[in-house]
Design a protein around this ligand. Structure first.
Ligand SMILES: [Zn+2]
Length: 336
């Protein structure tokens, strides 16, 4: 039987919280609403569906959830897994974060099915094209799902569970970046099998290295926050090396494909840079603390820009794949 006094497991506020009296008609009976604790001075229950999932202010949430002081209210916290999932359907400060990537996943899933059935056959795609296209889409979809998982379960009452989902979110981002590299390297170095393999192996090794770095106990700590951002900048920025090499191998900017494809690469990097600026700077909520709790915060913009970036790169990959089929490699002996 649960005591009417419940101490949040990871809360820093050491005051015991008292269950709402109306929810506890008899002390000896376990209450249906035992999870729904009411903290000290909080006067009312939010009128939200499903009834009972409480939202908290920044001061009321456990330390491990405190990441952005400019988001002052609307936090879910102390929830068991079942209620984490249920909280997808209430309005909280994570709603937009969750749903942008649920919709992102659906976008890439539908796009994948449509292209596999109709677009790829129309450009004369080979088996290799299908494999590369499937890997790309799979990476994008997995990246979206890992992010959804984190935003759904970050409010779990166990800090360990919350941290695991956070690690998965970071892993998902690496997978998304891998999904950008694979078609990029494959189709730019389409006529140069040697460098294509070198860069594909290099990219895979780099992503694996990031995965291993995540095992380090300090990787997810706040002290390493800047280092994490730096690692992701390096992993993403590394793409400029094969890009520059490819431009040189293709004969510089006089090449027709370079002229068309380089702006697409730069477009992707601009979107990524913009996304990272929002992510790190916490703009715009920094200038409007408490006013963008639900809509318009930096993390939501980061999410939207990620979807847009993956979509942009998907379209660019389809473009260069179609180009490679319409303009075969100059050297007939060249692989591919
Ligand atoms: Zn996120």
């Amino acid at each position: 039987m649960r005591s009417p006094y419940y101490k949040p497991q990871n809360g820093t506020h050491c005051t015991y919280t008292k269950l709402k009296p109306s929810a506890m008609p008899q002390k000896q009976k376990p209450s249906q609403t035992a999870h729904y604790i009411e903290l000290g001075g909080y006067q009312y229950w939010p009128v939200l569906v499903p009834r009972g999932i409480r939202l908290y202010t920044y001061e009321q949430i456990p330390v491990f959830l405190r990441d952005n002081p400019y988001i002052t209210d609307g936090y879910r916290a102390y929830l068991p897994s079942r209620l984490c999932i249920k909280s997808l359907f209430i309005v909280s400060n994570e709603s937009v974060n969750m749903w942008t990537h649920v919709l992102g996943f659906l976008l890439f899933f539908c796009l994948g099915v449509y292209n596999m059935v109709s677009v790829l056959p129309s450009v004369g795609a080979s088996r290799e094209d299908y494999v590369i296209y499937s890997i790309t889409l799979f990476c994008f979809e997995l990246s979206m799902l890992c992010s959804v998982g984190f935003h759904v379960f970050c409010c779990h009452r166990s800090e360990k569970t919350s941290r695991r989902w956070m690690a998965l979110d970071y892993a998902g981002l690496s997978i998304g970046i891998l999904g950008c590299y694979v078609p990029g390297v494959f189709y730019t170095f389409y006529c140069n099998n040697y460098w294509r393999q070198v860069y594909l192996v290099a990219v895979l090794a780099m992503i694996l290295a990031v995965f291993f770095a995540q095992i380090h106990p300090l990787y997810l700590s706040k002290q390493w926050k800047q280092l994490r951002s730096l690692i992701f900048c390096l992993v993403a920025g590394y793409g400029l090396v094969p890009t520059a090499h490819w431009i040189w191998l293709s004969g510089g900017f006089s090449s027709e494909l370079v002229q068309v494809f380089v702006p697409r690469v730069l477009g992707m990097y601009s979107l990524a840079a913009l996304a990272l600026v929002f992510y790190i700077s916490k703009v715009p909520e920094r200038y409007f603390p408490g006013q963008l709790n639900y809509v318009g915060s930096s993390h939501q913009l980061w999410h939207l820009l990620l979807v847009l970036m993956f979509y942009w790169w998907h379209q660019s990959s389809c473009f260069i794949m179609a180009y490679r089929h319409s303009q075969p490699c100059p050297d007939a002996a060249a692989p591919g």
